[in-house]
Design a protein around this ligand. Structure first.
Ligand code: AMP
Length: 189
């Protein structure tokens, strides 16, 4: 069984490389951003709460986010047995600790963290391009800047956290989609 965290700043290519990982390794994909956007689309109460944070480029509070993730894991218990790609979670140390506990309770653990490393100016370019292509509301210049700030303050400390556990694999996130995936595969295999 493989449980992989795909890690990196907004615009680093987590979603794109998750698609490759799913195809290649047959893992179950959990993107917390996708889960939240689905709630917003369906107009649920959770969606309304989440939208307030997402539109401001802020993180959903840890307690709420952790309970959402636990629910997704429970709702997909069978599919998750084969291993999960965690995309966009954890984003804080508290989330990483909670994930460890959630997985331990289910008799499993994180095996590897794939960190996509991309320079800041390229991240902004990619986010704005994605905004144009997909119409994603938080992919505009103002919110992108805030999300990158939040990433540096709250999420990037996770790199040290997973390095200390010997699980962090730095991947150069520049190049073609295929080149980047080859680097990921080399590390994971
Ligand atoms: P993403 O699609 O992963 O870029 O997530 C889009 C937005 O959803 C983020 O900017 C956050 O507002 C929210 N979000 C997604 N995952 C998390 C998480 N693990 N913790 C807190 N907020 C999250």
């Amino acid at each position: 069984m493989k449980n992989i965290v795909i890690f990196g700043a907004p615009g680093s290519g987590k979603g794109t490389q998750s698609d490759n990982l799913i195809k290649h390794y047959g893992l179950f994909h959990i993107s917390t951003g996708d889960v939240l956007r689905d709630h917003i689309k369906r107009g649920t109460e959770l969606g309304q709460t989440a939208k307030g944070y997402i539109d401001q480029g802020q993180l959903i509070p840890d307690d709420l986010m952790i309970s959402i993730l636990a629910q997704v894991l429970d709702d997909n218990r069978d599919a998750a047995q084969q291993g999960v790609i965690f995309d966009g979670f954890p984003r804080t140390i508290a989330q990483a600790q909670a994930l460890e506990q959630l997985l331990a309770d289910r008799g499993t653990a994180i095996d590897a963290v794939v960190g996509l490393e991309v320079p800041q100016d390229e991240l902004i370019k990619r986010i704005l391009l994605r905004g144009k292509m997909s119409g994603r509301a938080d992919d505009n210049e103002e919110t992108a800047g805030k999300r990158l700030e939040v990433y540096h303050k709250q999420t990037s400390p996770l790199k040290d956290y997973y390095e200390q556990q010997g699980k962090y694999h730095a991947i150069d996130g520049m190049g073609t989609i295929e080149e980047i995936f080859d680097r990921i595969r080399e590390q994971l295999d």
